[in-house]
Design a protein around this ligand. Structure first.
Ligand code: NAD
Length: 517
């Protein structure tokens, strides 16, 4: 298949008036489509349910973005049954044909980009640039995994002994249950689903209950791209209602999950138990949370470091698994860096992201708002609040201002637990050794960063910083597909490295076939 080499989708230039105009038009158009209902899609058929999921705008919770069906075990069963039946034909479909569907989905997503961005603003509360980066990432996943399938379709080279031929190749695995979080509702849902599908599997796709409308849009795009009916079964529902059922079922061959560590561990546990008629050890891909640290040593470019701490801590209101939530500063530069971070965070434009120029929107839900508010209270006993106010009334939108606690003990709860909001804990360190020790003294291990001009420090961190993605002298969020394969270890997950060369094989069975001549 003659394809251009892989290249990341460029970000939109918001200083270009035509992009601003297109975005305003898309926002208006999507505004006119709010409140619609989206049923489940199983085997290509629209399936209505008794209950519904009502999705609201986190900037204005009284505004309904839309409603989706709400699967119960009955519909989950239908989705698993259809996936099982469709596996036979889809798994035999040529890898090139499967890859073409991803390429077409990427083209459609590109054409519908502003519309997708507008849904991100309304349902996800994302500022324009954050929404754009996310939809670009979804397009990247489609383009990258299509090429990865072409790379792997005939297997990979191994050695043979004289007189024999040894072949090593991959085959589709079976029915996958794809369970996604709300924080990257287009990118992560598209990435997990497209990898599973292009590898020849069929899936039950469950978006987060907070972003089910975007889930419906992603399902629509795969349908428009010509994915045969029953390959992707769109099954919105509450995790607490259908999650266990989907994970435990004997028809489920693998689970691809991104979300919180508590849910991830539960899935891991349930998937491990064999039930009647189960004929395999289920494979579980689990990508979870982080408590990501940036270390700034005494040789660093302090202005750049402060700017990148702010970018990494407050992008999408800190609701990124990769977000910097701990800044560990060498004591000799502690005051200066903290002052710079406070100054830059103080001027972030917080507001309803429907307007251009807004840099930080709300947090996603009332539940998340309450959780972050609780941590802000806890922080008052654990550090000195040098920036931020108590959150207001959630009825006016789930807004939390950029918050910084200084002088935090590395063992404090706000320095150890994932808050998933715009709250940064700043921790002093005596020297680089201690800074690295503090960074590593956490059960998570997702992203991390070091700002330094000291070669010895960078080389040590390269080996010793306990995180799946380590970045030097730059921000620690916004991993690019194919460029910065993403995923953590420790309690951050199974190190699957989405957007990397090892990801697709996780969705396939490797076979060794040897013939003696
Ligand atoms: P969550 O665990 O609450 O929900 C994630 C998904 O799991 C949702 O679709 C939910 O409905 C479903 N779910 C809930 N209970 C379930 C159950 N018993 N069985 C099966 N599924 C169930 O997480 P969230 O709040 O949506 O997402 C935020 C979390 O995701 C944060 O911890 C963040 O760090 C993490 N995250 C990690 C990555 C990564 O790549 N490592 C990326 C994005 C987000």
């Amino acid at each position: 298949m003659g394809l251009l080499p892989y290249k990341n989708e460029p970000y939109l230039d918001w200083s270009d008036e035509s992009n601003q105009k297109a975005m305003r038009a898309a926002l208006e158009e999507v505004q006119g489509s709010l409140g619609r209902s989206y049923p489940l899609i199983i085997g290509g058929k629209r399936v209505e349910t008794d209950g519904e999921i009502v999705s609201v705008n986190p900037s204005n919770p009284s505004q309904v973005v839309g409603r989706t069906g709400r699967a119960t075990e009955r519909e989950a069963d239908m989705a698993l049954e259809t996936s099982t039946k469709t596996f036979d034909s889809w798994s035999k479909t040529e890898p090139e044909a499967r890859a073409r569907i991803l390429l077409r989905a990427a083209a459609i997503m590109r054409r519908r980009k502003f519309e997708m961005l507008a849904w991100e603003v309304h349902e996800g509360g994302k500022p324009w640039a954050e929404a754009d980066a996310q939809v670009a990432e979804a397009i990247d996943f489609l383009e990258y995994y299509a090429r990865e399938m072409l790379r792997l379709k005939d297997g990979v080279d191994i050695y043979s002994i004289p007189g024999e031929e040894s072949r090593y190749f991959y085959q589709p695995m079976g029915v996958g249950v794809v369970i996604a979080p709300w924080n990257f509702p287009t990118a992560i849902l598209t990435g997990m689903s497209s990898a599973a599908i292009v590898a020849g599997n069929t899936i039950v796709m469950k978006p987060s209950e907070f972003t089910s409308i975007i889930g419906a849009k992603v399902a629509e795009i795969f349908e428009e791209a010509g994915l045969p009916e029953g390959v992707l079964n769109f099954c919105p529902g509450f995790g607490g209602e259908i999650g266990d059922y989907l994970v435990q079922d004997a028809r489920t061959r693998f689970v691809s999950f991104t979300g919180s560590v508590a849910t991830g561990l539960r899935i891991n546990e349930l998937a491990a138990k064999q039930i009647e008629n189960q004929r395999w050890v289920k494979r579980v891909i689990v990508e979870t949370g982080g408590k990501d640290a940036m270390i700034i040593d005494d040789s660093a470019d302090l202005d750049a470091a402060a700017a990148d701490i702010v970018k990494s801590a407050y992008g999408y209101s800190g609701q990124k698994c990769s977000a910097a939530s701990r800044a560990i500063l060498h004591r000799d530069v502690y005051d200066e860096v903290l002052d710079k971070v406070v100054e830059k965070a103080r001027v972030l434009k917080v507001g309803v992201p429907e307007s251009a120029g807004i840099e930080m929107g709300p947090v996603i839900s009332e539940q998340q708002f309450e959780k972050v508010s609780d941590y802000i209270e806890t922080g008052k006993d654990e550090g000195e609040r040098v920036l931020g106010e108590d959150p207001g009334d959630p009825e006016n939108g789930y807004f939390v201002s950029p918050t910084i606690y200084g002088g935090v003990d590395p063992k404090a709860r706000i320095a150890q637990e994932e808050i998933f909001g715009p709250v940064l804990s700043v921790i002093p360190a005596r020297d680089f050794d201690e800074a690295l020790r503090i960074a590593n003294d956490n059960p998570y291990g997702l992203t991390g960063g070091v700002y330094s001009k000291n070669r010895y420090h960078l080389e040590r961190a390269r080996q010793e910083f306990k995180a799946g993605n380590v970045y030097f002298n730059r921000s620690i969020t916004g991993a690019l597909v194919g460029v910065q394969p993403f995923g953590g270890f420790g309690l951050s997950g199974t190190d699957s490295k989405a957007g990397g060369p090892d990801y697709l094989p996780l969705h396939m069975l490797a076979r060794t076939v040897v013939e003696r001549f």
